[in-house]
Design a protein around this ligand. Structure first.
Ligand code: SF4
Ligand code: SF4
Ligand code: SF4
Length: 248
């Protein structure tokens, strides 16, 4: 698929995902998984987060680029706040949130009661998350909470700083590397790179791509595999490819 068509396809899938978000939001809920754990229920968000980890082993954070509703919203907001978020210690906030929360889920499973059951639609209305006016209040509250970092700190700052889902994919990606599994990557032909920096300007994750090019691939878990950089590079340095981690 040509770079332009790919980006049109990406915009299309993100728009669909954003439109469906009132139906799907509870399947990404960090709260419902705790309520379910107390009753020994494997709920929708448990299944989704597990799939994110498995998907991440082979496809890294492709989900973030093509399918995540809040990722799509952040990219829309980037038009109003296009600055690059400061990288550094703030990137670790999401791991702290994730660790405390996942520990809570484990404790709830350990102290919960009853036989285990699988209920993908747990606490939804026939599978629909937001089905009444009160749920809409919660829905908009979550959306606003999630988008504040993107508005204040810039492009996809929520993805860098606070997203509780990103660590599942990042850990999946790292686990896949550890196992030398074939993984989708953005490959780089370093000899063709002129260091112009066009790729960084379009990168929704504000990555310093030209410093990663000498590695022969964008080998960071912060890359969401959106392919924007490949489309912006006039020298055809960047392209999708499949590779396994090589021993040094
Ligand atoms: S980091 Fe989180 S909010 Fe951002 S696109 Fe990925 S899953 Fe969505
Ligand atoms: S746009 Fe291409 S040539 Fe320019 S810095 Fe990026 S990879 Fe190198
Ligand atoms: S490095 Fe390229 S593929 Fe990765 S997030 Fe940035 S623009 Fe997208």
């Amino acid at each position: 698929m040509k770079a332009q068509s790919l980006q049109k396809f990406r915009q299309f899938t993100l728009i669909i995902s954003m439109l469906l978000f009132p139906i799907t939001i509870w399947y990404f809920s960090p709260y419902l998984i705790i309520m379910a754990a107390l009753q020994h229920i494997i709920n929708g968000s448990f299944i989704v987060f597990t799939l994110m980890f498995i998907f991440g082993m082979f496809f890294g954070r492709l989900w973030c680029a093509f399918f995540c509703p809040t990722g799509g919203m952040s990219e829309c907001f980037a038009r109003f706040s296009p600055k690059e978020p400061v990288q550094g210690w703030r990137n670790y906030i999401k791991y702290a949130i994730w660790f405390v929360w996942v520990s809570g889920v484990i404790i709830c499973h350990a102290t919960g009661k009853g036989d285990y059951t699988i209920q993908p639609f747990f606490m939804t209305d026939h599978g629909i998350s937001v089905s009444n006016i009160y749920a809409y209040v919660i829905y908009y509250g979550i959306v606003i909470l999630f988008l504040i970092p993107a508005l204040v700190h810039g492009k996809r700052a929520n993805c860098h700083y606070i997203c509780w889902m990103a660590p599942f994919m990042i850990l999946g990606y790292k686990f896949g590397r550890l196992l030398h599994l074939p993984q989708l990557k953005v490959k780089a032909e370093a000899s063709k790179c002129t260091g112009c920096g066009n790729c960084r300007k379009v990168c929704p994750m504000s990555l310093d791509i030209k410093s990663l090019v000498p590695n022969g691939e964008i080998n960071t878990a912060e890359c969401i595999l959106c392919g924007e950089c490949a489309g912006a590079c006039k020298n055809d340095v960047l392209s999708y490819g499949i590779s396994c981690r090589k021993e040094k």
